[in-house]
Design a protein around this ligand. Structure first.
Ligand SMILES: [Zn+2]
Length: 484
């Protein structure tokens, strides 16, 4: 920098030299800045600039100060009074902004705290990685002595939206709640139970007696019921659940395990000639006769006859599907009598277990109907929709399936038909038309979300979680329905 030494020695500076030197310095700075920018790293660039400033000689610094002062003088001189006032106000405001942003000691404390958090997180991550490494090695070496116990906290955190109980460490996210009285609260958010309030299903009716007592108590009848609960459920089911059941080998607690698929089938009102009545076909018999048939079944030998009697009484009084089967039988008998009286052909009778219970327009044309089903004769009524499950009175002579028809897993009445012990009032289950409570990215409730909501632990008694072996079967069934 020859110009710089000349300036210092002469201690004078004419305009031309000033211009040349300023250009020289600026171009140098631009080059350096440009070089530093190319490092594409703010930290590295700052360090580079600090070094560059430190390398400048005293002469260069003095020259720079002088050039800056001269530039300011020229610039100030060129401003009018109004511009000067504006500039002073701008500077004052900038200073106020800096003060408002906090004194430097506070900023430093904040930065230090953030740094500590970051460091702690890195340490925790490293510990977790090391633990995983240790455990992986232990498993590989068949050594369980070093496997660490995981503790996920108590089951005491309640979802604000659906009141499901969760383990403490299931969520670390919060949201702010504003109540109508102006109160504000911070609550934890959970997605497993209700997708943070997006899923809201109608509550199932209060679980009735005698089932409630049997699931809670330990007396002889309760034990008999719980021990045989899967067989009891099958005895009163309207439709069959077929699976290749393969318990795991060896001893241990009960485990419901299947191999392959599960099939749900409904039958005609009457069995083919020579076959025993089963499932929904039993409901047209009087209670005593039906229970005798149930007790005769090979897998029901251990079931207390009082259990059969109490459940049959309950179903007779409270289950609408029981009444639907009786209704179908009644219409069929009327049709036969009418045909005999008039010497005409017997009308074909069919029952549709409806998908849409609330508003089915075909009820007006049905021979008879209740809340879950409508019965048609062949000449009357509109054809049922694809959603409905049709129960015919008799199977055709050439029917290879012997009147058994498969029920689609999307049918809303499937669970009421196959799990009368879990849904004693015939409540409907998941259907494709179930919608979310709040607007989300998807408006329909998936089958998985439905089960997550229903199977969450809440303070109310939940029969789906309390039915022992039948709960296991229900879980496996739900898992397979979801595509396994
Ligand atoms: Zn919830």
């Amino acid at each position: 920098m020859p110009h710089a030494s000349i300036v210092i020695n002469q201690c004078t500076l004419d305009d031309h030299k000033l211009q040349v030197l300023t250009m020289d310095l600026n171009s140098n700075r631009l080059q350096n800045t440009s070089t530093a920018s190319s490092l594409n790293n703010r930290e590295a660039r700052n360090a580079y600039q600090r070094q560059w400033r430190a390398r400048r000689t005293e002469a260069q610094k003095a020259l720079r100060r002088q050039a800056d002062a001269s530039y300011r003088e020229q610039r100030t001189a060129s401003l009018n009074e109004e511009q000067r006032v504006l500039r002073r106000e701008t500077n004052a405001q900038r200073q106020r902004n800096v003060r408002a942003a906090g004194v430097s000691s506070q900023r430093m404390a904040l930065n230090a705290a953030q740094q500590r958090t970051y460091t702690q997180r890195r340490i925790n991550d490293q510990i977790a990685r090391n633990n995983l490494q240790i455990q992986a090695e232990s498993v590989a070496n068949d050594d369980e002595s070093t496997v660490l116990e995981h503790y996920c906290g108590k089951l005491e955190d309640q979802c604000y939206e659906c009141k499901a109980l969760h383990f403490t460490s299931e969520s670390s996210n919060f949201k702010t709640i504003y109540d109508v009285n102006g109160g504000i609260a911070r609550v934890k958010t959970f997605t497993k139970c209700c997708k943070n309030g997006q899923i809201k299903l109608d509550e199932l009716p209060h679980y009735p007696e005698p089932f409630l007592t049997w699931m809670k108590n330990e007396d002889a009848m309760a034990k008999n019921f719980m021990e045989n609960i899967r067989a009891v459920n099958s005895s009163f089911a309207f439709a069959s659940m077929g699976a290749n059941i393969k318990p795991p080998p060896g001893y241990g607690p009960y485990c419901f395990r299947i191999h392959g698929q599960i099939y749900h089938r409904a039958s005609t009102l009457h069995p083919p000639a020579g076959n025993d009545r089963q499932y929904g076909q039993l409901y047209i018999l009087d209670t005593e006769q039906a229970n005798a048939e149930r007790a005769n079944h090979s897998s029901n030998g251990a079931i207390d006859s009082s259990v059969f009697q109490l459940i049959a009484d309950f179903m007779e009084r409270n289950n609408p599907i029981t009444q639907a089967y009786k209704m179908l039988y009644q219409v069929e008998q009327e049709s036969i009598h009418e045909a005999q009286a008039n010497g005409i052909q017997v009308k074909e009778v069919t029952m549709a277990i409806v998908h849409d219970r609330k508003s089915d327009p075909r009820r007006h044309n049905a021979a008879t109907a209740n809340e879950v089903a409508v019965v048609f004769t062949n000449k009357d009524g509109l054809p049922p929709t694809n959603w409905d499950l049709l129960i015919h009175a008799k199977c055709a002579p050439d029917d290879q399936s012997k009147g058994m028809q498969r029920i689609d897993v999307t049918h809303k009445n499937l669970e009421a038909l196959t799990y009368p012990i879990l849904f004693p009032y015939g409540d409907q289950g998941w259907g494709v038309d179930l919608l979310r409570n709040k607007t989300g990215t998807r408006s329909r409730i998936s089958q998985m979300e439905y089960y997550s909501y229903r199977l969450a632990i809440r303070e109310n008694f939940n029969a789906l979680l309390s039915a022992g072996k039948l709960t296991q079967q229900y879980f496996v069934d739900a898992y397979v329905k979801n595509g396994g």
